[in-house]
Design a binder for this molecule. Structure first.
Ligand SMILES: *Cc1c(COP(=O)(O)O)cnc(C)c1O
Length: 393
């Protein structure tokens, strides 16, 4: 693929979606090629059993990545569906005990809008703001808890800033109050070490295409504990313990299984690679005047770097950066033209939020990709500032 500049795109938008791993694509193609050998996992014949075996293998592979029991994983179409099932499903399942729920203001829209939907059903939702570093103070969460509180949903890694919340401390607090804890881990699964045997997490949402798997497949982890249960959103069959019925998407499930195995094998290596890249990128940009790093430098996934620059407008900057593929603010807000609500929650002004660029990179990003990003960013910022000198005012 060539851009208008005639050069190949340099893809620094891994937080939106990652390139699929070639080995995942091969495994999925093999499944298509041998379709007659697989079939419908619900059928009680040889071909159906083969499909079931392939699905069991994938569930084990994902279970190994998370140190979770395979039977505690429910296949879904991705993190959006997992989040809906976790939040709406758990709230409805526990509604007879109480109707108060807690989340925070910097969550992904899948979470925010699931809570909006529950408010229309008569649930009461508290939305906590993080500090300027993006981190939710535990004491604020504790203060917001009531006898009626049934569910807390706080994301693991933020998709815009990379900020990491302390899900262990949050989960421990929730357990001590008999409140369910859900975390949207779409940005951390396959990238950060997650041990669900050790972590006090009841529900966890993930999606394959954020860790080099295919789009359209994800999972919900549901701990095998009393009271931890969701009411299904879909009806129609016995698949996935009746919690998510519908014919299992075999090729997708094979894809997420292979992606999970590869992510597990390369977790440390990949993390150290993006750490090196982040240091290089920040070192390169640090000298540019009037730039701020959004988020928290300490509790931070190093594969995402979000930067505001005084006196420039993010959308123009993004176009000026071609052939770099980056996000301005958030990919999810790009159509609306609104400043990112996540950055505003961190105390950024409209202008600061509008000037934000999110760089996100992964295992196949090279040092020279980062060097190109630094070069293009520096020249684009100074060019845009010359064109619009009073935008900084
Ligand atoms: C990408 C993402 C989602 C949605 O994942 P889909 O696969 O598009 O459903 C949800 N939450 C976060 C934090 C994400 O980054």
């Amino acid at each position: 693929m060539k851009t208008a500049h005639g050069s190949s795109p340099v893809y620094l938008d891994h937080a939106a979606t990652t390139p699929i791993d070639p080995a995942v694509a091969v495994a999925m193609s093999a499944c298509f090629a041998a379709r007659a050998d697989y079939g419908n996992a619900s059928s009680n014949h040889i071909v159906g059993r083969r499909a079931r075996a392939a699905i069991d293998t994938a569930r084990q592979e994902l279970g190994l990545l998370l140190n979770a029991q395979p039977q505690d994983l429910i296949w879904t179409s991705g993190a959006t569906e997992s989040v809906n099932l976790a939040i709406i499903g758990a709230a409805r399942f526990r509604a007879h005990r109480g109707r108060h729920l807690i989340t925070m203001t910097t969550e992904h829209k899948a979470v925010a809008e699931s809570f909006d939907a529950l408010e229309k059903e008569g649930f009461e939702v508290t939305r906590l703001s993080p500090g300027v570093d993006g981190i939710l103070p535990l004491s604020d969460l504790e203060a917001a808890m009531r006898d009626q509180t049934q569910l807390v949903s706080i994301m693991h890694v933020n998709n815009e800033t990379g900020v990491i919340q302390d899900i262990e401390a949050i989960g421990t607090l929730c357990r001590s109050r008999d409140v369910l804890f859900h975390t949207d881990a779409a940005q951390s699964v396959g990238k950060l070490h997650i041990d669900l045997e050790a972590l006090p997490v009841d529900l966890l949402s993930l999606t394959a295409h954020k860790f080099r798997g295919p789009q359209g497949i994800g999972a919900l982890y549901m701990a095998n504990r009393p009271g931890c249960r969701v009411a299904p959103l879909l009806h129609g069959g016995g698949q996935e313990r009746r919690l998510r019925p519908g014919t299992s998407a075999l090729h997708q499930i094979i894809g997420i299984g292979v992606a999970a195995r590869l992510a597990q094998n390369r977790l440390a290596e990949n993390l150290s690679h993006v750490t090196t890249l982040q240091a290089r990128l920040w070192r390169g940009l640090n000298g540019v005047s009037g730039i701020t790093r959004n988020g928290c430098a300490e509790s931070h996934y190093p594969g995402i770097l979000n930067i505001s620059a005084e006196g420039v407008e993010g959308e123009s900057l993004m176009l000026a950066l071609e052939p770099l593929c980056v996000a301005s603010g958030s990919a999810c807000n790009a159509q609306s033209g609104e400043p990112s609500f996540v950055l505003k929650a961190l105390g950024r002004t409209d202008l600061e939020a509008q000037s934000a660029i999110r760089f996100s990179y992964g295992p196949e990003t090279s040092r020279s990709d980062i060097d190109l990003a630094v070069k293009l960013y520096r020249s684009a910022v100074s060019r845009l500032r010359t064109i619009a000198p009073d935008a900084a005012a």
